[in-house]
Structure formats: C-alpha cells, structure tokens
Design a protein around this ligand. Structure first.
Ligand SMILES: C[S@@+](CC[C@H](N)C(=O)[O-])C[C@H]1O[C@@H](n2cnc3c(N)ncnc32)[C@H](O)[C@@H]1O
Length: 309
C-alpha cells in the first residue's frame, strides 16, 4: 500500500505507546512518503521517524493508494489548502482522507470547492509590482505558501530601499539574499545596482520556485538554492553584501542562523543588512556576530547595518 502524507509535520506523527511513551504512530506502516514544502520539516521527519520524505513545491506523482492531507486554518492559509487539495485531486489517489483541524462547516466548504466543480483548474499565483527609487516598477509573481503571497512585505521593501541607496556607485557586488521568499530584496537590489552575482537561499521549496521564476522573468542571472545541510559550505567568505529579512518567531533562533551565515559568507569589509520591526530584539543577536550595529529607520522598520571585520 503506497501512502502519501501531505501537510504533516514531525510532531503530528507520534502516538502514545503501551507504556505511555511517545513513538512513531503505528498507522504509518507500509510504503509511506511524507511530502513537505519546507526543507527543515523534511529533515525533522527523516530524523525523528526515519520515514521517506520529499521536499518539493508540488506533490510527487503517484500512483498513490492513499493520500492523507492534514490542514486547517491554523496550519496553513485557505489558499494553500485549496491549492494542495487541487493537486491531490489531480493525482487521483485510490483513497483520500482529510485530517481537518477546525470547524466541520469550514471542512465541508473546502471539500465542496473541489467536489462541486471537479474539472476546474484554478491558478493560485499572483502578480504584483515593487520598486525602489531610481528604477521602474518591476513585476513579481508569488504562489501560495511562499512569503509574501499576493503582496509585498514592507519590511523587505525597506531593506531593499536602504541597501540599494547605500550601494549606489558600488561596482560589481556579490550579494547573498538569505530567506529570499519570492526574491523581493535580492532582485530589487540587482535591478538598482551593478550586481556581479546574486545568490538567493530559502528553506521553502515554493519560495525557491518563485524566486527562480522572478529572476528569469526579470532577466537577472541568479543562483537560487534550497537551504539544506550542505548550504553552509557554500557561504565561503567571498560575498560583499548580505541581505536578510528573517522570521522572528522561535525567540530569534532563525535570525541567529541568518546572522551566523552572514558572518561566514561576508568577506572582510563586506556589509550585512537585516530588517525588523523592533531593533531592540534583533540588535543583540546581530552583535553576537558583528561588533558594530547601525540602526537605519525606514517605513516604520529598523534596518540593521554591520560591517564584517
Ligand atoms: C520574512 S520572510 C522574508 C522573505 C523576503 N526576503 C521578503 O523580504 O519579502 C523570511 C523567509 O525566510 C525563510 N526561512 C526561514 N528559515 C530559513 C532558513 N533556516 N534558511 C533559509 N531561509 C529560511 C522563509 O521561508 C521566508 O521565505
């Protein structure tokens, strides 16, 4: 029996065993593949449960005897849920189970969208424009699941504006955009200043897909990498500029990973720019890796600038 799990994270795959101990759920027997959109979720499933896991922007081709989909309003956006449900529908599994965390009425509404119009294929991508001073508006495409879908993030825009302004006049800079999302910051910088090479990294497979698409559409040569265990080796002290708009949940732990990468990636004299709403939270993290931090205010955000020594 070939089973595909969609929307499950490592923590969802435990059950309490006979002696009250948590263990990998017994219903996970047979040939099980777990699909994840984020590479760290894939690592967690492989490490914790030793299950087969695939991280990709779209669901792996079947045939599947059973597809189980875990979703709900607190787990993912309604649009991502519908997009994944549509992909499952197109895979035509022999059996489908929806593990819905939320109200029965919302569960039925979600299922009805596919059941009532089974042949309709919806396109969930969105196009919007962004610009920094000195360049014409550029068009970005985003997809459900990637940051930010359907709108630009003001923090990311503030970061792109400050970095582009400060790099004006620079020649042939090598830029690393970590946590690139759909490529907003790195691509705006590359449009505004002469960039010799642009590397964009994200842990989310749909962000990588969108950033690749946007780089191609904008004619910007860029290398887009899915953040992985192998990524650190690529951050080799040759970059002139690091830009990062990190997520701030998990007590700045991810921001710490970003800044540790910035320290390793930048060459002496290179510049690190990060952005956040509240400088007081991020500044001490940035000081762990860089001796000086300058705070530049923009659009109600704080851009933190440091030079690598
Ligand atoms: C706040 S969003 C910023 C996206 C984009 N730079 C912008 O400004 O619109 C943070 C991004 O970091 C990514 N991310 C989270 N943890 C990461 C990690 N360990 N390595 C690389 N990217 C990560 C998320 O997937 C998300 O796309």
């Amino acid at each position: 029996m070939k089973t595909l799990l969609v929307g499950y994270r490592a923590a969802d795959l435990f059950e309490k065993g006979k002696h009250g101990r948590w263990a990998t759920a017994s219903w996970l027997d047979g040939d099980v593949t777990c699909h994840t959109l984020d590479v760290y979720d894939r690592h967690a499933i492989e490490k914790t449960h030793h299950l087969k896991a695939v991280c990709s922007p779209h669901l792996p081709a079947g045939p599947w005897d059973l597809v189980k989909f875990k979703t709900g309003p607190k787990l993912m956006s309604g649009e991502l849920a519908l997009d994944l449900l549509q992909e499952i529908h197109m895979l035509k599994p022999a059996r489908f189970e929806l593990d819905y965390v939320g109200r029965e009425r919302d569960r039925n509404d979600l299922l009805a969208k596919i059941r009532d119009d089974p042949d309709r294929v919806r396109d969930f991508s969105a196009k919007w424009t962004a610009s920094v001073p000195g360049i014409a508006p550029v068009e970005f495409t985003s997809v459900p699941g990637c940051f930010c879908h359907r709108r630009l993030d003001e923090g990311g825009l503030a970061l792109a504006e400050v970095a582009s302004r400060e790099l004006k006049g620079a020649s042939s800079v090598k830029v690393l955009d970590m946590g690139c999302g759909c490529g907003l910051v790195g691509l705006l910088v590359a449009k505004a200043v002469p960039v010799a090479s642009l590397v964009m990294v994200d842990s989310h497979s749909r962000a990588v897909e969108a950033a690749n698409l946007n780089a191609t559409n904008l004619g910007v040569p860029a290398e887009v990498i899915l953040a992985d265990n192998g990524t650190p080796a690529r951050m080799d002290g040759t970059f002139d500029v690091f830009v990062g708009n990190p997520p701030y949940y998990s007590d700045y732990r991810i921001a710490d990973v970003f800044l540790e990468t910035a320290k390793r990636a930048l060459k002496p004299g290179g510049v690190c720019y990060t952005v956040c709403k509240n400088a007081a939270g991020l500044e001490p993290v940035q000081r762990r890796y860089f001796p000086e931090v300058e705070v530049i205010r923009r659009r109600g955000y704080a851009v933190l600038k440091s030079a690598a020594v």
